[in-house]
Design a binder for this molecule. Sequence first.
Ligand code: HEC
Ligand code: HEC
Ligand code: HEC
Ligand code: HEC
Length: 120
Amino acid sequence: MKKTVVAAVTFWALVLGATLALAHHGPEVINLDKFKKAMAPVKFEHHKHQDRVNMDCLVCHHMAKAGDTAPKPCSECHQAKAGDAPSYKDALHKNCQGCHKEQKAAGKNPPLKCNECHVK
Ligand code: HEC
Ligand code: HEC
Ligand code: HEC
Ligand code: HEC
């Protein structure tokens, strides 16, 4: 009896795990390092962040359409220098730090200091 319960729980945990894993898109980890290189690159846990927003890609990929699994990279519009869109640096800082400040206020512990994101 106990064994059956354990097996059933394990089975559904695996199914759930596989479903969640399948739902991830794009690279798992992205080394953000474009344009000016004054700072060390930023190791960005893309899939972990997808889980943190319950797979709502539009939180970051704001120009994509709902359900789009291959949105354009930010750098296609956000360039080294600001044009119609803010510069890549400003756009990423606003997106990343904006949420991190909110999450800090909500009791989480995301990186806020320069060298916590730009890690050598
Ligand atoms: C929440 C993460 C995060 C924090 C905190 C952060 N940055 Fe960034 N920063 C990024 C990302 C992402 C980019 C875009 C990717 C890249 O080019 O490195 C970037 C880009 C930059 C760039 C342009 C790229 C380059 O290497 O020249 C500079 C300059 C920069 N950041 C300076 C700073 C400074 C100074 C601080 C602290 C006051 C800081 N950043 C804090 C994430 C962060
Ligand atoms: C917390 C912010 C964030 C969330 C949430 C997010 N992404 Fe991303 N994603 C990024 C950043 C930043 C990049 C790197 C773009 C760049 O360097 O220009 C990226 C890159 C990608 C790429 C590679 C683009 C390319 O051609 O280089 C794909 C595909 C992608 N994301 C899909 C998704 C999908 C699908 C979701 C939702 C399930 C999602 N992302 C959720 C921030 C996010
Ligand atoms: C198809 C072009 C395009 C892509 C791709 C794109 N952006 Fe933007 N983004 C814009 C334009 C244009 C603006 C300025 C007008 C606006 O605010 O909508 C902007 C504005 C922003 C702003 C400033 C919003 C504000 O309130 O000041 C942030 C932050 C931002 N983008 C982050 C990102 C991130 C992060 C990505 C990639 C995950 C991304 N963008 C991808 C075109 C784009
Ligand atoms: C919608 C909210 C949100 C956005 C947008 C966001 N983050 Fe985060 N980030 C978080 C949260 C929440 C954590 C985890 C805090 C904790 O564990 O207490 C985190 C953690 C991190 C960490 C620590 C390692 C990890 O992933 O656990 C890094 C580095 C990081 N974020 C970088 C970035 C960068 C770079 C961007 C922009 C490209 C970004 N984040 C955008 C919410 C966000």
